[in-house]
Design a protein around this ligand. Structure first.
Ligand code: NAD
Ligand code: 0WE
Length: 259
């Protein structure tokens, strides 16, 4: 008996086995959910399909660049087919900014770099929810989770334009929660502590960020993808039926500290 037996989920944002989205997928599968994955492009297809094949039964995978409306429409069409027109859960685990915008002065941020980061990292939550809405209405409701980071509300040096994106994302969570609550859809964010994933590998000084958290957090360590996955599972599950528009910290307690 799983917590999510018979429920359906779409997870967007798996790049490899280190992805937070993959840890969420594993938690959902463990609890009996039927999970479909979307991958950004052909470059990631092989890796994502290999991971999906390791599951029993293998997970269906669909290509979707979340910034391309046609991809989103097609992917949700395919997911509707796969799951009999109903979707209970959606996971948005997508972010991107140009590398040059994740270092140096925020004053130097170009309009193009800003727009790109906002479109990919914040607007896509809205696009994906638009795609999911008819399927969640058909299911009688749903639950949506996105991934955020403390840099959206406090200054984390070099997080820069991504911090502004996460502030927009967390605000979008509240507005979307308000907008879709009437359909029994809940929308929440998990604010994760730093984790060494593909998205973190490109960042110089990331090891310093990890060490700072381990030194200052109440738990005296960093968090794992699995811990973030389990918190997402909770918010997606009926145990969180009274929670919407919320940001839940999974950061070993780091955010509570004043020094
Ligand atoms: P990751 O690189 O594994 O995941 C990022 C994903 O975004 C990739 O799968 C990539 O394909 C996808 N993506 C980017 N642009 C896309 C587009 N146009 N269309 C579709 N997909 C696109 O790294 P991750 O650390 O697992 O990141 C997942 C989420 O977690 C991000 O929102 C990130 O900001 C957030 N987060 C990460 C950390 C961390 O320290 N790793 C901490 C807090 C929050
Ligand atoms: O959200 C993120 C990182 C997202 C990200 C990562 C990259 C690296 C490769 C977005 N765009 C890109 N673009 C690339 O070209 N995190 C929460 C992880 C992260 O990134 C930081 C952090 C933390 C934590 C950057 C500076 C300081 C701390």
């Amino acid at each position: 008996m799983g917590l999510l037996d018979g429920k359906t989920a779409l997870v967007a944002g798996v790049a490899n086995k280190d992805s937070i989205a993959w840890a969420v997928t594993m938690a959902l599968v463990r609890e009996g959910a039927r999970v479909a994955l979307t991958y950004q492009n052909e470059r990631l297809e092989g890796r994502v399909r290999n991971l999906a094949q390791e599951c029993d039964p293998p997970l269906p995978c669909f290509q979707m660049d979340a910034t391309i409306d046609e991809d989103v429409t097609k992917a949700f069409g395919a997911i509707g087919q796969e799951f009999g027109g109903k979707l209970d859960m959606l996971v948005h685990s997508i972010a991107f900014a140009r590398k040059e915008d994740l270092a140096g002065g925020i004053v130097e941020t170009s309009s193009e770099g800003f727009k790109l980061a906002q479109e990919v990292s914040a607007y896509t939550l809205i696009s994906l929810m638009r795609g999911a809405l008819p399927l969640m209405k058909a299911a009688g409701g749903g639950s949506v989770v996105t991934l955020s980071y403390l840099g959206g509300e406090r200054v984390v040096p070099n997080y820069n334009v991504m911090g502004i994106c996460k502030a927009a994302l967390e605000s979008a969570v509240r507005y979307l929660a308000w907008d879709t609550g009437k359909h029994n859809i809940r929308v929440n964010a998990v604010s994760a502590g730093p984790i060494k994933t593909l998205a973190a590998r490109g960042i110089s000084g990331f090891t310093t960020v990890l060490d700072q958290v381990a030194a200052k957090a109440p738990l005296g360590r960093n968090v794992t993808q699995e811990e973030v996955g389990n918190a997402c599972l909770f918010l997606l599950s009926p145990w969180a039926s009274g929670i919407t528009g919320e940001v839940l910290y999974v950061d070993a307690g780091y955010n509570i500290m004043g020094m």
